[in-house]
Design a protein around this ligand. Structure first.
Ligand SMILES: [Zn+2]
Length: 134
């Protein structure tokens, strides 16, 4: 089980939270101009990286506030907690990478690197046991 550091309440068990999917999925500027394919991509297509992933969480049994989390999908290490509406605190979340188009820029799927050096709310050892599943 994850020990999730709520920015308002402090560390709490994972069971107090609900997962909200991928973070930083921008609403289309002109949704009425999208084709059905573009709309379905906005609604349903999400990244599934092996490595650092930006995701939304809500502390549903606590303060009921949403926040973003950078989590390693391999090790379950929580790399950072940051407010909704703020950019990813690492370099992988450049706005151009969120347009839904394929990008070969350096991204979070890169493995073999240490955690990004994130000032502020970086968490160093909020680790699930080896082999833990969500
Ligand atoms: Zn909370």
């Amino acid at each position: 089980m994850l020990l999730i550091p709520c920015p308002n309440c402090g560390p709490r068990d994972e069971t107090e939270f609900h997962y909200g999917g991928q973070a930083h999925v921008p609403y289309p500027e002109n949704p009425s101009e999208l084709t059905d394919t573009e709309w379905s991509r906005y609604l349903f297509y999400r990244e599934n990286p092996k490595g650092i992933f930006a995701e939304r969480w809500v502390h549903s049994t606590g303060c009921r506030q949403w926040f973003n989390m950078l989590r390693d999908t391999v090790s379950y290490d929580i790399k950072a907690i940051y407010p909704m509406g703020t950019p990813r605190p690492d370099s992988a979340g450049a706005p151009a990478a969120e347009s839904g188009t394929a990008s070969l820029a350096a991204d979070s799927t890169t493995t073999g690197t240490d955690a990004p050096n994130i000032p502020g709310t970086s968490i160093s050892h909020a680790t699930a046991p080896e082999g833990a599943t969500k």
